[in-house]
Design a protein around this ligand. Sequence first.
Ligand code: PRP
Length: 210
Amino acid sequence: MNGTLSDQPLARDLERVLLSEETIRARVREMGARIDASYGPGEEPLLVGILKGACVFLSDLLRAIPRHVALDFISTSSYGAGVRSSGQVRLLKDLDKPVEGRHILLVEDIIDSGLTMSYLKRMLLARRPASIRIATLLDKPSRRKQPLTPDYVGFEIDDLFVVGYGLDFDERYRNLPVIGVLKPACYQKMGEEAPRAGEPRNLDDKGETC
Ligand code: PRP
């Protein structure tokens, strides 16, 4: 782990850091430049953040796009308190304004099964926008249940349970500045997966905060 993380007690709950602050920062900057270059002169995309996970990525991406953009939010939920999607997308908050004729850029922290994005894309296409594109910081293509190809991807990752930089487990860890793999002991505590027989959890002697 890097120096910044030594001040962050929550980092003790990580098995390992997958993406450091520097790596994320550099990639988000590249994504912003690519997004900017792909819109025509005068086009003012409407960035739509999918709450809550995308809030950290969105706030950085926004500042990496050197043109006028508008901002709105949608809130969905599919995960509950578990590590796997329930498979059912619920719309908790809709956009504030009509989007007919607008260039929509949906901004996600992670695409897993693709169910959330497929649902949102279908819903928004019916409102006749000029275009819909998708930017996601993380993509787990191996987990797809619905075919979906995002237009801009920060990092393709394996099927690991990651937290930090907006991504949560049971609403925790969103404020970690890095993206890391959560220690199994931390989600086993929530009863996500029973520990193997004879394997003590030993949380205290490893200093976890979970
Ligand atoms: C997560 C993530 C995406 C969705 C991706 O949201 O932020 O919106 O799951 O999964 P999918 O591709 O399998 O649909 P979550 O429901 O956990 O809510 P949150 O953003 O508030 O953490």
